[in-house]
Design a protein around this ligand. Structure first.
Ligand code: SF4
Length: 441
């Protein structure tokens, strides 16, 4: 593809895996329509910014990206979409520097239609579609959109209100295509992924059946679920981890470990529910690893209630906690409660949580020392010359080896835990342990 062969389009994404997936789809449509896709920091004729509104920081970053595009190329067309754009539209506000604001639902279709309606943006040459296999190991695959939980702090039900499950055949076809392109891991994403099912789709299977079907059709790739609400972790899903069809790792948002705060957050579980679920996961799936999100500084989070969160982190022993700070989101119930927790207090709580996360995470890594685990080797060699990759259960592994192992599976014996990773060696001393799945690079 020559970048000069068409109108140049640049893309950037803020926020979650669902947004990243959607940008990728939009980018591919642009390529198919003949646009020359260039990096976001290059000169372009069209800039597309897929924005995020999950926190006020994400929203500021989104607006900064819009400003940056405008300043870089004052004559370019700046198109914005995504959750921060939808929030601005909900408030009937114009995002400064944006020429076109595309509502979040149907962003793919609307963007294409918008571009068709702008003759000045017609591509001047047609280039072929580019496969998504450019040196990557892991692909995200969106199966579901929309959330109807209405957690009191969250803007997503207002920016992605329509509950939608993609037809199973589309998902299965895309999964097969991704494997054929060389991807060795598929990460299933959705806004409320466990709600995938016949009620919100075209009458297709439920979530667990969809996962089974993908696993059966795509034996060459490992399957991961990007994030799932605790209420949606069913016995059947645990069974899929037990029998190896899904990797033994789940990211289950905790948000708070305090039952009163959870109630104020309108999250439908208690501290005891969460603890029981994680205990069951560890019991049934021996190498199970948990990661989680936690929000600090929710308006009703007292020092004592924050302690309950630390307690749950200690008890459940996640590999990683993603801590983020509460900020009032326009139109949500929690917006009415203001933002009474001082920034310094939020900062101190985030730091305490990060410190505990580091400590607990090291303990999880140490649990696997001496073990030989399957690692999907990343495409790039590290600066220190080592290869790196993730085990099935999400532990980062670093080890010496041939760069030719990139994007294939290797069996690595983990010897040492430090710097947020496990260091080890390829288990070449035991023939047969170097696993390469069918069709791997
Ligand atoms: S489950 Fe809660 S936090 Fe997650 S997207 Fe829905 S409303 Fe937001």
């Amino acid at each position: 593809m020559t970048h000069n062969s068409g109108v140049r389009a640049a893309f950037t994404t803020l926020g979650c895996k669902v947004n990243q997936y959607e940008t990728q789809r939009i980018l591919e449509t642009f390529e198919e329509a003949g646009f020359a896709v260039v990096p976001f920091d290059a000169a372009a004729d069209v800039y597309v910014i897929n924005t995020c509104s999950v926190t006020s920081i994400a929203e500021s970053k989104s607006r900064y990206a819009v400003r940056r595009a405008r300043r870089a190329q004052p004559d370019a067309v700046v198109v914005v979409t995504g959750c921060a754009t939808q929030m601005a539209l909900n408030r009937e506000e114009h995002i400064p520097d944006a020429d076109v604001m595309v509502p979040n639902p149907d962003k793919l279709e609307t963007l294409t239609a918008t571009l068709r309606a702008r003759p000045d943006l017609r591509p001047i040459a047609v280039v072929g579609p580019r496969p998504r296999s450019t040196g990557r190991t892991r692909a995200t695959l969106k199966v579901q959109d929309g959330c109807s939980v209405f957690c009191s702090y969250c803007s997503i039900p207002y920016t992605r209100p329509r509950m939608e499950s993609r037809p199973a055949e589309d998902v299965l076809d895309e999964a097969e295509r991704l494997v054929a392109m060389g991807y060795r891991e598929i990460v299933l994403t959705g806004v409320l992924i466990g709600s995938y099912g016949p009620q919100t789709g075209s009458g297709g299977p439920d979530f667990e059946t969809l996962v089974e079907q993908i696993a059966d059709r795509c034996p060459g790739a490992r399957l991961r679920i990007s994030s799932i609400e605790m209420r949606q972790v069913t016995d059947r899903l645990i069974g899929l981890m037990e029998d190896g069809r899904v990797v033994p790792h789940l990211h289950i948002p905790l948000q708070s470990g305090d039952t009163d705060v959870l109630r104020d957050m309108n999250r439908p579980y208690t501290q005891a529910d969460y603890l029981r679920l994680v205990e069951r996961l560890h019991r049934r799936v021996p190498d199970f690893v948990l990661t989680m999100d936690v929000m600090v500084g929710f308006p009703t989070e007292t020092a004592e209630r924050f302690e309950s969160t630390l307690h749950v982190v200690r008890e459940t022993r996640p590999l990683k906690v993603h801590a983020f700070r509460f900020s009032p989101r326009f139109g949500t119930p929690a917006d009415a409660w203001g933002d009474p927790i001082e920034p310094t207090v939020k900062q101190a709580r985030a730091e305490a949580l990060n410190a505990l996360s580091g400590e607990v995470g090291d303990g999880v890594r140490r649990r696997f020392l001496g073990r030989t685990l399957r690692v999907l080797v990343e495409g790039k060699v590290r600066r220190d010359g080592l290869l790196e990759g993730l085990t099935d259960n999400y532990v980062e592994a670093r080890f010496a080896g041939s760069p030719q192992l990139a994007r294939s599976y290797a069996s690595v014996r983990l010897d040492e835990a430090r710097e947020g990773a496990c260091y080890g060696e390829i288990a070449i001393d035991r023939p047969g342990l170097l696993v390469r799945k069918s069709g791997s690079a």
